[in-house]
Design a protein around this ligand. Structure first.
Ligand SMILES: [Mn+2]
Length: 310
């Protein structure tokens, strides 16, 4: 399979590396990890993410500043990273081939080549294998890959943390990654606005179903009041899941157009990806999400509760 990837890359000159909307460290790290090699091969490479605001905390990743908001005029090959479906890229299918590199169970296999390793903790680990099939990876590549790995494993605490995760981490560190520096970049650069938003969020928490479900909401008003950005909300759902009795965490984020983005997390047994899929969303067993145009939050919560076997 990896041979096919490198063959298609060889055949194309205009290549776009794209990450999913509302990007995390995994999708960005995976896309950025491919940039230096393709550049070195003499390709015309574009980095694309269609999200309006990308969290600043990723600005330490090499070539982060080269990410553009829309597809370039010329594109022969699109390589998608960490994205389960084409619509999550925020683009229309065009006259280009697609390589789909991912680890989501719910992946729709929308590529001409699909490398979807659902047992891998992060998409960056899939990227690592493909890159290592080609050359010995550099420090910059290792840094991008390590960032995706720590984010998707919750710094080696989520159930997806396995031997491959640690073996890969060890290899990446031996290539020059400084784990403490990565942690500082990702976790110790919060704004006061984000911290104040966290306080508002904590006050919104409600417990349901004998405290097995926790629901927290963030409104546009909350964002305005604190000056926080939408990407300052990524950590909030974990606050819900971290409550002792909670199996299902539900974060409801009001978007600008008063639609809602719902993030679901479970702790030990509930499969939230099937719940998210029933609302046309997707994700993993313990972390998934969907978007809703239903203005009635209570109805959404009721529907989720009906689908959750606790
Ligand atoms: Mn991922």
């Amino acid at each position: 399979m990896y041979k096919h990837v490198w063959k298609l890359i060889d055949e194309c000159h205009y290549i776009t590396l794209i990450s999913h909307i509302n990007p995390d460290g995994d999708t960005l790290g995976a896309a950025l990890s491919f940039y230096p090699t393709l550049k070195q091969m003499g390709k015309n490479v574009s980095l694309v993410n269609t999200t309006k605001e990308i969290a600043n905390k990723y600005d330490f990743l090499p070539n982060f500043k080269k990410i553009k908001k829309s597809l370039p005029e010329k594109c022969e090959l699109l390589i998608s990273f960490d994205c389960g479906s084409l619509d999550r890229l925020g683009i229309k299918k065009g006259n280009f081939k697609i390589i789909n590199i991912d680890h989501h169970q719910s992946n729709t296999l929308f590529g001409d080549i699909n490398i979807v390793e659902t047992s891998y903790a992060s998409s960056t680990l899939v990227a690592l294998e493909i890159l290592e099939h080609h050359h010995k990876i550099t420090k910059d590549e290792a840094l991008c890959i390590y960032t995706g790995l720590v984010e998707d494993t919750g710094f080696f605490t989520h159930p997806n943390t396995d031997v491959l995760a640690f073996e890969s981490a060890s290899r990446l560190i031996s290539r020059g990654v400084n784990p403490s520096e990565v942690s500082q970049n990702l976790k110790m650069r919060n704004s006061l606005a984000k911290t104040r938003l966290t306080a508002l969020f904590i006050n919104s928490i409600e417990l349901l179903n004998d405290a097995k479900i926790a629901v927290g909401t963030i409104s546009q008003k909350d964002l305005k009041k604190t000056g926080a950005l939408k990407n300052d909300t990524d950590h909030l759902v974990d606050i819900l899941r971290n409550l002792a009795t909670v199996e299902l965490a539900i974060l409801i984020l009001e978007e600008k157009d008063s639609n809602y983005k719902i993030s679901l997390r479970s702790k030990s047994h509930l499969d939230v990806s099937t719940i998210a899929q029933s609302f046309n969303g997707g994700g993993h067993k313990r972390a998934a999400g969907f978007e809703s145009t239903n203005k009635n939050i209570e109805t959404i919560i009721k529907q989720i509760r009906e689908k959750a076997t606790l």
